[in-house]
Write a protein that binds this ligand. Structure first.
Ligand code: SAH
Length: 310
């Protein structure tokens, strides 16, 4: 999975109508704006430290960063920009947007002395997983010219690569301060099941076909992410569903303002809002999880929803 995805991302821009899949920031600017507003609010409540770094893991085309940084700038926040990206093709796309930016292979090379405002949207899902059947790791073999699974059965998944990233994010926040927003599709609680999937041309494909030529992902186990980072003196918030989180921090109000300013785009704005927040679209499956330093505030949007009076 690691080798396939490394080839896949290094050799193309997979996003958008002409690619294989579309992510939330590519659906509409409102998504990145909400992320930027949330980070700017945290920074403000943390006392507006002069030096701070915006760090994004796997920034794709850089769209989320552009939208988030526009909002941050309007709030008086001008962070250094550090992008963790391994794909040369996507680094080129990201470079189009920013005059001053540093790229990294991992979090370790980001200057040590500044607090982080970190974002990872649909990043962890692309990191490799393992599958287990009982105590045996499920392996892949060659059947003639075809890849094939060696065994089938009730599957449990884990991901040392994701755990390592979760630990590293938490460790960096512990040392430098700041906050991280991790957004991805997945589940709150660890559970059995096969969630490995391949997507090509906006449709699901066989996971063992087209090696390195289709997007391979699996659902993120947010309980495992929290577990991997436990033992470090940081705080967690969430996961909240993407729909709840976006509504709590004001996406409906933002959509109303944009609609008033651009009445001719009312229909597009309405359908983007629904795609991002509706329970049967991205609203429920996608989750937002935050890690923050104990001296930094809990990001907005993770409050318990108001109790409904019956
Ligand atoms: N966050 C973007 C793109 C998601 S696609 C968006 O929401 O649109 C996954 C991104 O992670 C791509 O930019 C890909 O090149 C990057 N990526 C995948 N594996 C990576 C790795 N091991 N290290 C760094 N970046 C990686």
């Amino acid at each position: 999975m690691a080798a396939c995805n490394a080839h896949y991302y290094a050799t193309r821009d997979p996003l958008g109508a002409n690619g294989d899949f579309t992510t939330a920031p590519e659906i509409h600017q409102m998504f990145g704006e909400m992320v930027g507003a949330c980070l700017a609010d945290c920074w403000h409540r943390a006392g507006a430290p002069e030096e701070v770094a915006y760090v994004e893991l796997g920034p794709g085309r850089g769209t989320l960063a552009v939208d988030a940084l526009r909002v941050m700038t309007s709030a008086g926040l001008r962070p250094e920009i550090h992008l963790v990206e391994t794909s040369p093709a996507l680094r080129d796309a990201q470079g189009e947007h920013f005059s001053e930016v540093d790229w990294h292979e991992s979090l370790l090379t980001i200057p040590q002395d500044v607090p982080l405002l970190l974002v990872a949207n649909e990043f962890l899902d692309a990191l490799p997983i393992r599958q287990w059947i009982g105590d045996e790791e499920r392996r892949v073999t060659l059947d003639g010219e075809q890849l094939a699974f060696l065994s089938n059965g009730l599957i449990r998944e884990d991901s040392p690569a994701r755990n390592a990233y979760a630990w590293e994010i938490a460790a960096q926040i512990d040392v430098r301060g700041g906050v991280a927003l991790i957004i991805d599709y997945g589940h709150d609680r660890s559970a059995l099941g096969d969630t490995l999937q391949a997507v090509k041309g906006h449709t699901f494909a066989d996971v063992l076909s087209n090696a390195g030529d289709q997007d391979l992902t699996s659902h993120v186990d947010f309980e495992a992410i929290g577990r991997a980072a436990s033992g470090i003196d940081i705080r967690f918030a969430g996961p909240a569903t993407q729909g709840d989180w976006l509504r709590r921090i004001g996406i409906i109000q933002r959509a109303e303002i944009l609609t008033r300013q651009n009445p001719d785009r009312a229909k597009d704005i309405g359908s983007a809002l629904a795609r991002l927040t509706a329970a049967d679209q991205m609203g429920e499956l996608f989750k937002v999880f935050a890690i923050h330093h104990p001296d930094w505030p809990t990001p907005a949007g993770f409050e318990c929803p108001p109790r409904e009076d019956k």
